[in-house]
Design a protein around this ligand. Structure first.
Ligand code: FAD
Ligand code: NAI
Length: 473
């Protein structure tokens, strides 16, 4: 049997990889995607970290736990009696697993629909010869003219505290706790720590988050971070900043974390389960980069230029395994852009307009620069802010925490950053992304008709606030 040859072979079937393969096929290439993720039966589970142990399952649990909290705390405000509200954790996890499987199956269907050949197993370089790359795809060896590497990332380990996924949990274990722990510890108050901490706190766990840095959510606009810290504290999430983690000991009945607090005093935290969420590291395990001389940087990421080209001809890399934010939509954009570049087109990824969302309650979302960044960059700017408390739809929803904040250039009025903390911030931020892509001014948004009553009116009002002329506040 002759060796199968492809125009484009993608290694990794997460959002960067599967999207790149589909776009390549749409552009007329004979494309293949190799992914090794296995479901519990050993079958294929494409979608990567995002689908299996990241974006999708975490949002499923955030939804379940939010419903639970609403039923317990807020239904009564609407005149709804819900006595003895209880959570069946196994059922909640089962639903989450179903949502994951629907997404896995959806990707397999998309491969078929777009005629992308799928190989379930590990992809690794064998050799480069005659302008082609020889790649082991599971049990087969295939040939590729172009290779797109999208092998993603893994949770960073804390030295001396390896993940056992029973007591010491990565994001994987954090999504599969069998019973609500009485006490839950989290190391790292980043995105995963806050989202997973929120899930288990809503379900009844006493959650303590230990953060190494002295500032809370340093990458977020300071006023948003301050509001978030206030609201999370009110919800009962304990966050200790400026700690130095010492010995972590795991026993049958729980975990103890020795640490030094911000004042330098020795402390111990005893918990039933501990989530460690201190960032993620690029993954090139099994890729066999040495076989072809693929260059990695000092962090272990695949070295790429601004177009996602590696040091090797016709080898590209996208997503978490390269520089830049570790976000699914960033990986997807790079995957599409690379497929288009292979086709001779001008793939486009604008790093200045990548939105960020933290799916806590309230949600936090932003695009562009923060106020502290503008100050550091010496940019003259105007700021406008509008609280959800003054928005009719937010009042009707019973969800009035937070605000929308616009930052615009002092002279040109061009929008430089939009920061939202409040209901459906994840959806509201899209308008700001579109506006910034089109280099809109705050005045542009202020002049656009927004549906009433809607949360998006808070966006319009924040744009009006830049010119100090809010109508409803
Ligand atoms: P991955 O999704 O990691 O996919 C890589 C794939 O490659 C995997 O399937 C892996 O098995 C496979 N692979 C690796 N090596 C090989 C090999 N040699 N051969 C074959 N296959 C291989 N981002 C967001 O934008 N929004 C969110 O809400 C969000 N929530 C998250 C929640 C959690 C708990 C976590 C952990 C992450 C979250 N992220 C979120 C980040 C997001 O998951 C990643 O940025 C995204 O998955 C990166 O996509 P990728 O394609 O680069 O890599
Ligand atoms: P993170 O980078 O968001 O946060 C890690 C936190 O841990 C930081 O605050 C850091 O200061 C702290 N930290 C690091 N080392 C420490 C130590 N030794 N002791 C105490 N604190 C320490 O990383 P996280 O939460 O693990 O998430 C990884 C990535 O996954 C995120 O950066 C993000 O790109 C992605 N993600 C995105 C989500 C979203 O878009 N909603 C949701 C979850 C994850």
């Amino acid at each position: 049997m002759s060796t199968k040859q492809f125009d484009v072979v993608v290694i990794g079937g997460g959002p960067g990889g599967y999207i790149a393969a589909i776009r390549a096929a749409q552009l007329g290439f004979n494309a293949a995607c190799i992914d090794e993720w296995k479901n519990e039966k050993g079958g294929p589970a494409p979608g990567g970290t995002c689908t299996n142990v990241g974006c999708i399952p975490s949002k499923a649990l955030l939804q379940s736990s939010e419903h639970f909290e609403h039923a317990k705390l807020h239904f009564a405000d609407h005149g709804i009696t819900a006595d003895n509200v209880a959570i069946d954790v196994a059922k909640m996890i089962g639903r989450k697993n179903t949502v994951v499987k629907q997404n896995n199956d959806g990707i397999l269907y998309l491969f078929k629909k777009n005629k992308v050949s799928f190989f379930h197993g590990r992809g690794s370089f064998v050799a480069a010869k005659d302008g082609l790359y020889e790649i082991k795809a599971g049990e087969e060896v295939i040939l590729a003219k172009h290779v797109i590497l999208a092998t993603g990332s893994n949770a960073r380990q804390l030295p001396g505290a390896p993940f056992d996924e029973v007591n010491i949990l990565s994001n994987d274990g954090a999504l599969n706790i069998a019973d609500v722990p009485k006490k839950l510890g989290v190391i790292g108050s980043g995105v995963i720590g806050l989202e997973m901490g929120s899930v288990w706190r809503r379900l009844g766990a006493e959650v303590t988050v230990l953060e190494g840095l002295p500032t809370f959510l340093g990458a977020v606009d300071e006023s948003v971070a301050k509001e978030a810290a206030k609201l999370f504290k009110k919800q009962g999430l304990k966050i200790e900043l400026g700690v130095k983690i010492g010995e972590v000991k795991s026993a049958k009945d729980g975990v103890t974390v020795a640490y030094t607090d911000a004042k330098g005093a020795a402390q111990t935290l005893a918990v039933d389960k501990l989530i460690i969420s201190i960032g993620r590291v690029p993954n090139t395990i099994g890729l066999n980069p040495e076989a072809v001389g693929l260059k990695l940087d000092e962090r272990g990421a695949i070295e790429v230029d601004g177009d996602c080209k590696t040091n090797l001809p016709n080898v590209w890399a996208v997503g978490d395994v390269v520089r830049g934010p570790m976000l699914a939509h960033k990986a997807e954009e790079e995957g599409v852009a690379v497929a288009e570049r292979i086709a001779g087109q001008h793939g486009h990824v604008n790093f200045n307009t990548i939105p960020w969302v933290i799916y806590t309650s309230p949600e936090i979302a932003w695009v562009g620069r923060t106020e502290q960044q503008l100050k550091a960059d010496g940019v003259e700017y105007k700021a406008g802010q509008f609280p959800f408390l003054a928005n009719g739809r937010a009042r009707a929803l019973g969800d009035t925490n937070g605000f929308v904040k616009f930052l615009a250039d002092a002279k040109t009025d061009e929008i430089l950053g939009v920061h939202i903390i409040g209901p459906m911030a994840s959806e509201l931020i899209s308008e700001a992304v579109v506006a910034m892509e089109f280099k809109a001014s705050a005045e542009d948004i202020a002049r656009i008709c927004h549906a009433h009553p809607s949360l998006s009116e808070a966006t319009k009002e924040a744009a009006l606030a830049v010119d100090k002329r809010t109508l409803n506040f």
